[in-house]
Design a protein around this ligand. Structure first.
Ligand code: COA
Length: 283
């Protein structure tokens, strides 16, 4: 089992013009992506994308997009064309950024570049999975990118060997990104409603031994806007307080599934430092 590489010294992102985006197609370029997969996700070799499969996918229309700074690969986004519930889309399987460049905007730049190129290929929809309890991803996907979520999938990746996933079922939101012909995101019209109301919390959060603990309300609020909280440091909780992580996972699994079944969409995330609340709105 490999563990994630130690973060390289933190650096800030050079101006957007200094980032070179390139579509990666050769075996040597795919090997660079494999190395980055190892350092970003850790886990076992069996879970690294196989070269032959990547070649086949890239040849048949997948987009493997690399972000280079000073000639070095520092991030990538990988998506494959698909057809889900009768709609053509790109399914974005992985997006990763070098540890040393996190929270400097490269992930956002990569996703917007992915959207432009996917739109140029004639698609208006990109979907991907993400762990709803990772506050960084919630903020990135719903706030910075303008995606929404109205689908919940249980234990999607099974018992993944990745260091980022271990400790609780690999439940995921399926994020939907609607884009126009230029690749500009089209945000949910329900955001207007979310802006007008604080929403009613679906439970309360207390603290125990330095960790957030979730107590779901016995029944969900029957209001147009509902808030569901995300803990601080869920990644660390998975490793060091797995019982609390599992408890949060299972309580919110039941709540998100019930809310989505009732027609709510998660359209916003109100961040408070390293935690926050989803804002779910009923049309
Ligand atoms: C997800 C990932 C690609 C994002 O890349 P990035 O370059 O760090 O993203 P950005 O800098 O564009 O945006 C991150 C945002 O989250 C914010 N953020 C950082 N820590 C946060 C936290 N604990 N809670 C909420 N938001 C947080 C950052 O401040 C930034 O927002 P801001 O620009 O409004 O300040 C990167 O973190 C990564 O590689 N993660 C590991 C792999 C992964 O989880 N991939 C996604 C699923 S495939």
């Amino acid at each position: 089992m490999t563990s994630p590489a130690a973060p390289s010294p933190s650096s800030s992102l050079p101006p957007a013009a200094a980032v070179e985006f390139r579509e990666l197609t050769s075996v040597d370029e795919i090997r660079l992506v494999q190395a980055m997969e190892r350092s970003v996700w850790g886990g076992e070799d069996i879970d690294i994308s196989p070269i032959l499969l990547m070649v086949a996918l890239v040849k048949s229309g997948a987009l493997l997009l690399g972000a280079f700074i000073d000639g070095t690969l520092r991030g990538f986004a990988f998506s494959v064309p698909g057809d889900r519930h009768g709609q053509r889309l790109h399914w974005s399987h992985m997006t990763g950024v070098d540890d040393g460049l996190r929270s400097a905007g490269l992930g956002t730049q990569l996703k917007f570049e992915q959207a432009r190129r996917v739109a140029a290929r004639g698609y208006s929809r990109i979907q991907w999975t993400y762990d709803p309890l990772q506050s960084l991803n919630a903020h990135l996907n719903l706030v910075k990118l303008g995606a929404r979520a109205d689908e919940y999938a249980e234990h999607v990746y099974g018992d993944s060997s990745s260091d980022l996933h271990r400790g609780a079922p690999t439940d995921r939101f399926i994020a939907t990104w609607q884009i126009d012909a230029n690749g500009t995101p089209i945000r949910s019209p329900l955001l207007a409603r979310a802006a007008l109301e604080d929403g009613v919390p679906a439970g309360t959060v207390t603290r125990r031994e330095g960790w957030d603990v979730y107590h779901a309300a016995p029944s969900l609020p029957d209001t147009p806007v509902v808030r569901v909280p995300v803990p601080a440091r869920f990644g660390a909780m998975l490793q060091h307080a797995p019982d609390l992580a599992l408890d949060w996972r299972l309580q919110t699994r039941a709540q998100f599934e019930a809310l989505f079944a009732a027609g709510y969409h998660a359209v916003d995330f109100r961040r408070a430092d390293d935690r926050g609340d989803y804002i779910l709105v009923r049309p």
